[in-house]
Design a protein around this ligand. Structure first.
Ligand SMILES: [Zn+2]
Length: 330
């Protein structure tokens, strides 16, 4: 009897002690996730898209966390009707047409958007960089896919799934390109911009494949797909390279030897299906935004027709592409 009571009291004491012990030892939550009403958001990206019809069946959450020295704020926008589909990634908060294209794309094709909000710009002008750091320099959200800051990549890719959904990264850039950065001959005099993303640019890193027809949206040499490939392989070994070339896209083939911390490089080294579309930034008035958004959506349409998996079939990088062109006949 005594022994039974002792055991019972012991058990009760142990049960009682559990919450106190865990309260002392529990780590703070790694992420704060909150539901967001996109129509009530005060930030520019959402204000521009404050149309109730646009957000039907789209669920928006805000994800906030610290990773090493930085504070991050992301938005995840899931198509509840069609949660399968690509991951639409918009890392740069000041690339407004890219955000719009991502929201339109997730409506049309399903999947989810992950967009980075530059955490200090809630009421001010947007920035490309995340300046909300405890110390040191601002961080480029597309150079932060690094082993020493894994929480960031984990948060962005949390719903990638297995097999992985296709990742479509969307960007806008400054006009033109800097001829000093290019090794493929003198540019036409009209091209005197400051951007670095253009199908006219050749360098150790980039080999261009210019659209033969130059038909819209590729009449703009800054409207381009970037296809990354591993250093010891051929450009056409990149994910969906051949289908995009067959579609007569402007393509910049990116030769990757070591990762620069971008999601394209991160995906390449892990064999994840990834494509990246860029266009010129045409400002935040509706005409310019609409032009850039339409060009991104045109490229997205081609990729969805030619690169995306058929629903229900596992998406893997095709063996032919993984092995690379030089081993194709084997
Ligand atoms: Zn960008």
């Amino acid at each position: 009897m005594n022994r039974a009571w002792t055991t019972l009291f012991g058990l009760l004491a142990a049960l009682h002690a559990v919450p106190a012990v865990s309260a002392q030892t529990a780590a703070p939550p790694r992420e704060i996730v909150s539901g967001v009403d996109p129509l009530q958001m005060g930030t520019d990206d959402f204000i521009r898209l404050a149309d109730p019809a646009l957000w039907t069946d789209l669920k928006v959450t805000r994800i906030e966390f610290r990773d090493d020295r930085a504070f991050w704020r992301l938005y995840r926008i899931v198509n509840l009707r069609k949660p399968t589909g690509p991951l639409w990634f918009v890392p740069h908060d000041n690339e407004n047409a890219a955000f719009e294209a991502a929201v339109y794309a997730v409506r049309s094709y399903g999947g989810e958007v992950v967009a980075v909000e530059e955490a200090r710009s809630v009421s001010g002008p947007d920035s490309r960089m995340n300046g909300d750091v405890a110390y040191g320099r601002s961080i480029d959200p597309n150079r932060n896919f690094r082993d020493d800051t894994p929480a960031y990549a984990d948060a962005v890719l949390a719903d990638l799934g297995s097999p992985a959904r296709m990742i479509v990264a969307l960007h806008t850039n400054e006009a033109g390109y800097d001829s000093k950065e290019s090794t493929c001959g003198p540019p036409p005099p009209a091209y005197t911009g400051r951007g670095e993303i253009s199908v006219l640019l050749c360098s150790d890193l980039y080999t261009p494949r210019r659209s033969v027809s130059g038909r819209w949206p590729f009449d703009d040499t800054d409207s381009v797909a970037i296809v990354s490939y591993l250093g010891d392989r051929a450009p056409m070994s990149g994910f969906c390279a051949r289908p995009l070339a067959d579609a007569d896209m402007n393509i910049m083939f990116e030769h990757v030897v070591t990762s620069d911390g971008s999601l394209s490089n991160y995906a390449l080294f892990r064999g994840l299906p990834y494509v990246n579309f860029e266009t010129q930034d045409r400002g935040v008035l509706s005409e310019g935004l609409g032009d850039s958004r339409s060009r991104l959506l045109a490229m997205i349409g081609t990729a969805m027709a030619r690169c995306a998996p058929i629903e229900g079939i596992a998406l893997r990088v095709p063996e032919r592409q993984r092995r690379g062109k030089h081993k194709k006949g084997r």
